[in-house]
Write a protein that binds this ligand. Structure first.
Ligand code: ADP
Ligand code: MG
Length: 689
């Protein structure tokens, strides 16, 4: 392309991933400049963010030594004088600017020693060439400092894109969405949309173009998910669990400690239908904290055993794996099923024996951490893999499960907390989804309050009252990074304070954190579980899944530091027994508005599905744990939060297309098929599990 020599081409590749015309065409503007809107230097106030000025360069000076070299320019318009500063590309910009010339400068205003200045403004020489200015808005593109220093700032990229569009014709950017959908959604035509998003004719055309391209993005992503899902339904061979046998029935009638909820029964039916179909199951099980996912998992594993298959259940932490192992072992006490635990701390001799038994098939259920997906762990015939509290389990780790058996095992992914619908659609769209939307009966809502530091002694008094009544309390400290010294010291200080208020031997305290050995952690957990200790001081290692029904108080220290789903998880550690439970969110006096909103949300609702939606709203899709690395949310234009309605429509239409024409063979879908084939190989997530 004209204007792009080898050096610039190289930079475009390295800095922006632009290799070919298509990449440049899809490098969308992040804002637009209305050239008719020029600010005056004198109008700058402390509140001014961005300005665009038309000013003459009065002086140019390179200051500082080699390490702190900078270029300072003084520019002047009819109203006043402003200082512009460059720290990078100093020599290059100096050559570019001529004293006495008028330029258009655009950039962010900052204040240095009380005076306004602009650092690294974008600049453009004002010429009489009006050929490009007939457009309503001028695009500005994301760029980088390195590119700017080589004359490829946001505005120069606009010039490149402009010449690219001059080169293109409609046939180069063919339509890819079926005509019927274009009409029903009133979408603008594809080529025109690309032209209009870069160089909008007017507001209307601009909005149309954005809408069309966002829809395309969402529709294609949903379509690919649906295609993966249906092709797997059609072709992936799965082991067959076609009979409900003695183990399942015996457990169900004799050892089930409670009546299942309607939702639990429904989900088990869905799973049974799936696993009997002869196709491999890939199912996401969503349920709120405490909704009883564990028992569902156990019944499925018994179903596998009834059909002669082994299962494994993976948990994200050692504590959880141990707890699962213990509670499952207790439930299976009078059942002829071998259940074993494998974690990183399993002793070598024991591990060796276990691996042998696993390979020969005498172990029916293996519970463990990541250790179970290591290469050396070979099953005799694994038929079902359950991944608990999935958000800490990477996509790649799940993929390893495929290699554990000749026929890939059925996979059940259980979430720790509900996930918002839009997120489920985009991140797990190729999994079937089951939802437990009902809590076991007689759960009392957990009373949640927010208190600041000045209430500390009342909070401690309250804990004492609960202990006198026979309850137990958790006190949780933030430990974002297990190794962070400061957090650790806070925890220790907190522990000492609690201990001073609750002295031995009248009270005993357990403490659990990431710096302990597994054995010490384990002993502390066990003592709390056995009611030998009344208080558990812990960090978030306790977070997921821990089940101690006698605990009635959850105090969260520095609650403003926690995210919503984490708070909800922590709160879910209480309210598991018959007694009324409490969650106290302690914070300092000053907290920011986002944190305040999180705390208000916690106090207002106990519904995990609502909390998940709020969490997404407050944090934005990019910040949601566990999905970032998979890249599935990286839409160029669409945003699953703002474009929720469009996503839902796109999802429904994609489903319709795939249901009517799973191979995209009809004439209507021909362009779509060709387009997808050209893209093939670019999805990292075509097989999420
Ligand atoms: P989660 O879905 O958070 O993993 P668990 O499986 O740990 O929840 O279950 C939470 C608690 O509820 C456990 O103590 C479990 O024994 C109990 N429970 C599960 N299902 C029922 C039910 N149908 N009736 C009564 N209690 C139940
Ligand atoms: Mg659980």
């Amino acid at each position: 392309m004209k204007g792009v020599g080898p050096q610039r081409a190289d930079l475009l590749k390295k800095e922006l991933g632009i290799y070919i015309f298509k990449d440049l065409l899809e490098h969308f503007p992040f804002r637009y400049i209305d050239k008719t809107k020029i600010n005056l230097i004198n109008d700058i106030t402390p509140l001014t963010e961005y300005i665009q000025i038309n000013a003459r360069v009065m002086s140019l000076e390179i200051l500082g030594d080699r390490r702190s070299k900078r270029l300072v320019a003084e520019v002047k318009d009819a109203s006043g004088i402003l200082e512009l500063v460059w720290f990078q590309g100093v020599n290059w910009v100096e050559k570019l600017l001529t004293i006495g010339q008028v330029y258009l400068f655009y950039g962010r205003v900052s204040f240095y020693q009380g005076l306004p200045q602009m650092t690294h403004p974008e600049l453009e020489m004002l010429t009489n060439d009006k050929s490009e200015s007939k457009n309503f808005l001028e695009p500005v593109y994301p760029s980088t400092e390195k590119l700017k220093a080589r004359g490829l700032g946001g505005r120069q990229l606009a010039k490149l894109t402009y010449s690219l569009i001059q080169l293109l014709q409609e046939k180069d950017v063919p339509e890819n969405i079926p005509q019927q959908i274009i009409e029903s959604m009133k979408l603008s035509q594809r080529f025109q949309s690309f032209v209009q998003i870069h160089f909008p004719r007017d507001q209307e055309a601009h909005m149309q173009a954005i809408c069309r391209l966002k829809f395309e993005e969402l529709f294609l992503a949903q379509l690919r998910m649906q295609l993966v899902k249906t092709s797997r339904h059609r072709t992936s061979k799965g082991v067959v669990f076609n009979h409900v046998g003695d183990l399942f029935n015996r457990f169900y009638s004799k050892h089930l400690p409670f009546e299942l909820t309607g939702a639990q029964k429904r989900v088990i039916k869905e799973i049974r239908k799936d696993t009997a179909s002869g196709r491999q199951m890939n199912r996401l099980l969503q349920g709120d904290v405490g909704s009883g996912k564990t028992i569902v998992a156990l019944l499925c594993m018994l179903l596998a055993a009834d059909n002669g298959y082994q299962s494994c259940m993976m948990a994200p932490t050692e504590i959880l794996a141990q707890q699962h192992f213990r509670s499952l072992s207790a439930l299976l006490e009078n059942m002829p099923v071998e259940i074993r635990l494998l974690t990183g701390s399993t002793r070598a001799s024991e591990r060796k024996k276990l691996l042998l038994e696993l390979a020969e098939g005498s172990i029916g259920i293996l519970v463990g951490t990541h250790a179970v997906i290591e290469q050396q762990v070979q099953f005799n015939n694994m038929g079902l893999a359950i991944v608990d509290e999935q958000h800490r389990f990477g996509v790649a780790q799940r993929a390893k499960l495929w290699d554990k058996a000749m026929i890939p095992p059925h996979i059940l992914v259980m979430t720790a907390t509900p996930i918002p619908r839009t997120l489920a659609m985009t991140a797990y769209g190729d999994l079937d989804c089951s939802i437990i939307d009902e809590l076991p009966p007689n759960r009392k809502p957990i009373v949640t309050v927010h208190r600041n530091e000045s209430y500390r002694s009342q909070v401690l008094d309250f804990i004492r009252e609960e202990i006198v009544k026979g309850g137990q309390a958790y006190i949780i400290f933030p430990l974002i990074e297990e190794s962070e010294k400061l957090d650790y010291e806070n925890l220790m200080r907190g522990y000492e304070n609690v201990k001073a208020f609750f002295p031995e031997p009248k009270y005993w305290i357990s403490m659990v954190h990431g710096r302990q050995t597994n054995q010490i952690r384990e002993t502390n957990m066990q003592r709390f579980k056995n009611k030998d200790t009344q208080i558990m001081v812990a960090t978030t290692v306790i977070e997921v899944g821990v089940d101690i029904p006698n605990a009635t108080v959850m105090v969260i220290e520095s609650a403003e530091k926690f995210g919503l789903s984490q708070l909800h998880q922590l709160r879910g550690r209480v309210g598991r027994g018959k007694e009324k439970s409490f969650c106290i969110l302690l914070t300092g006096d000053k907290i920011n508005s986002l944190a305040r909103e999180r705390l208000l949300t916690m106090a207002a609702t106990g519904d995990g599905f609502k909390i998940a939606e709020k969490d997404l709203e407050l944090r934005g899709p990019g910040e949601i744990e566990g999905t970032r690395q998979s890249g599935v949310l990286e839409f160029k234009l669409a945003n699953i939060l703002e474009d929720k309605a469009l996503l839902e429509q796109a999802g429904a239409l994609a489903l319709q297309v795939v249901e009517n024409d799973p191979h995209l063979n009809s004439a209507d879908n021909l362009l779509l098929k060709e387009y997808l084939q050209a893209l093939r190989g670019k999805t990292a997530w075509s097989k999420i599990s």
